[in-house]
Design a protein around this ligand. Structure first.
Ligand SMILES: Nc1nc(=O)n([C@H]2C[C@H](O)[C@@H](COP(=O)(O)O)O2)cc1CO
Length: 182
């Protein structure tokens, strides 16, 4: 087959890590992790990144107090029971914020990358918004009823959350970013 002049031009290549292409999963979990850094929660910083079927990011969020309530003295204290003096009754979860901040008309058929397994309230939001994929990093609250209920909700909705296991790859990828490189 005759080669066109375009064939001779350098074609854009996917960025590589350790000689191979960086999986989309790694990028999107890295984005979720970067946004988690913005969370003002002193203990558990969670990030979420919603990706559409074309592989574009259409929503980003991290756990924070509701807009305008950031500096109003709402508590960041953790621990159970979840009383009025604890953060839980006030804080907006990363998934809620990512869905609310969406840049597209809807998030139907999208996948959410989240650094912590969703709770039951976020599971409901995820299901109702039409998100079909959940990729999570940590499941440190797996013994809480909120998580157990989320598992049931996802199962009922036919959503199978997938644990992100490429921790080393994502760490290497983030460490490889050099803003001084030219
Ligand atoms: N999936 C989640 N997304 C979130 O944004 N969060 C937030 C709510 C709190 O700010 C914090 C959890 O507090 P802690 O009990 O691990 O210190 O993470 C929590 C979960 C887990 O249900």
């Amino acid at each position: 087959m005759a080669s066109s002049s375009k064939d001779n031009e350098p074609q854009p290549q996917p960025p590589t890590q350790a000689g191979g292409p960086i999986e989309d999963d790694v990028y999107f979990m890295a984005v979720a992790l970067m946004f988690a850094k913005k969370s003002p929660d002193p203990n558990t910083k969670v990030g979420a990144c919603i990706v559409n079927q074309e592989g574009n990011i259409v929503g980003i969020g991290y756990n924070k107090m509701p807009n305008g309530c950031e500096d109003k003295g709402l508590p960041w204290k953790r621990g159970r029971p979840k009383g009025l003096d604890k953060k839980y009754l006030y804080v907006c979860h990363a998934e809620l914020n990512a869905i609310m901040n969406k840049t597209s008309m809807d998030v139907e058929g999208c996948t959410i990358y989240v650094t912590l397994y969703p709770c039951n309230e976020c599971a409901k939001l995820i299901i109702q918004s039409g998100i079909k994929g959940v990729v999570y990093l940590s499941n440190k609250h797996k013994d809480y009823n909120e998580t157990k209920a989320a598992v049931k909700l996802f199962r009922s909705a036919g959503i199978e959350p997938r644990q992100f296991l490429a921790k080393r790859e994502v760490a290497d990828f983030l460490a490889s970013i050099d803003p001084f490189a030219e």
